[in-house]
Design a protein around this ligand. Structure first.
Ligand code: MN
Length: 321
């Protein structure tokens, strides 16, 4: 008997779904895989990751010893040497154009392994795209949606233990999202996460410094403030951008984002500021609609946030007819 293969997965909604789908198809290939969640700290000695073990990786950095590997992150290769060692194969596939990882594995199983995809995995993959690429219909769904996938995803934010997600993967292999969302421990964690969300939404308004020109500038640097990703656009639905200071484990971070529910398809969405480029000027980076930069100090973070907000406001004024 060959040693058991372990599927290491990114510990978020689309990572868990990816692990469940790969486990299902590997069983059809004669494996009896286990699975375990990954976190970013495990990149520290990446070269020696799981030395001597059999493993697969999904929704996380490329590793040349992974027997199976699927990912959609543009930043998946930790070095140019690792990038050079990747080529698509019967067991590896990378598609940075995919909104989430599970659709890559489903296509791969059909094309390379001749598999038929069960409908429940298609449903999980559709929700993975919505959750991972924040394709929510509106801010209400993003914050208060209670579809099974959204309950499971939010419940993760109040996980009772770090390895709790492994038990969620187990039930995704075996059943539907609806069945999993009804599990009493999922319901309890979701209730706790929902209370945290409500607290975060109440704590946001006092952090706002200004809202001129549709740019919300806020300072949530206090570690007493809970963070909720779309709080700015919940309270300021007509704002186009939000720029704020938030604490991290290693200091302070400036985060900037465009309101995903405003101006989609409009001239501003096409031609407006490229936030990643704006943040690059401050040592950070990102995409067109979201970006960030780490600061050397709290004062530095506040200065960067002010400058980014001023830049976005000046650009809006300049574009006004
Ligand atoms: Mn992920």
């Amino acid at each position: 008997m060959p040693a058991t293969l372990t599927i290491h997965y990114h510990r978020d909604f689309d990572g868990m779904v990816s692990a469940a789908i790969l486990a299902h198809f590997l069983r059809a290939r004669g494996e009896d895989p286990g699975w375990a969640g990954l976190n970013y700290d495990q990149r520290a000695d990446w070269e020696n990751f799981q030395a001597g073990q059999r493993f697969a990786i999904v929704d996380f950095h490329f590793h040349p010893r992974a027997e199976y590997w699927f990912d959609h992150h543009p930043t998946t290769f930790l070095t140019p040497e690792l990038r050079a060692r990747y080529a698509p194969s019967e067991r590896w596939h990378w598609d940075e154009g995919s909104p989430s990882c599970p659709p890559i594995i489903l296509r791969h199983a059909e094309v390379h392994w001749g598999e038929v995809v069960p409908e429940r995995f298609r449903e999980m993959a559709r929700w993975s795209d919505i959750v991972d690429a924040a394709q929510f219909v509106d801010v209400e769904q993003a914050l208060f949606g209670d579809d099974p996938a959204l309950r499971i995803s939010r419940a993760l934010a109040a996980a009772p233990a770090p390895d709790w997600s492994d038990s969620l993967v187990r039930d995704m292999v075996a059943g539907t999202l609806d069945e999993l969302a009804r599990r009493p421990d999922v319901e309890r964690s979701w209730q706790r996460a929902a209370r945290n969300r409500d607290l975060a939404l109440r704590q946001f308004p006092p952090t706002v410094l200004s809202t001129d020109e549709g740019v919300v500038l806020y300072d949530a640097s206090s570690n007493k403030i809970r963070r909720e990703r779309f709080a700015a656009f919940f309270h300021h639905a007509s704002a186009l951008y939000a720029v704020g200071v938030i604490p991290t484990r290693s200091g302070f971070h400036v985060t900037a984002g465009r309101n995903p529910w405003l101006a989609s398809g409009s001239e501003e969405a096409r031609d407006g500021a490229h936030i990643g480029t704006v943040m690059e000027a401050h040592g950070g980076g990102g995409h067109r609609s979201v970006g960030g930069a780490n600061a050397r100090s709290l004062e530095d973070a506040r200065r960067i946030a002010r400058e980014v907000a001023a830049h976005l406001r000046a650009q809006r004024i300049a574009r006004r007819p």
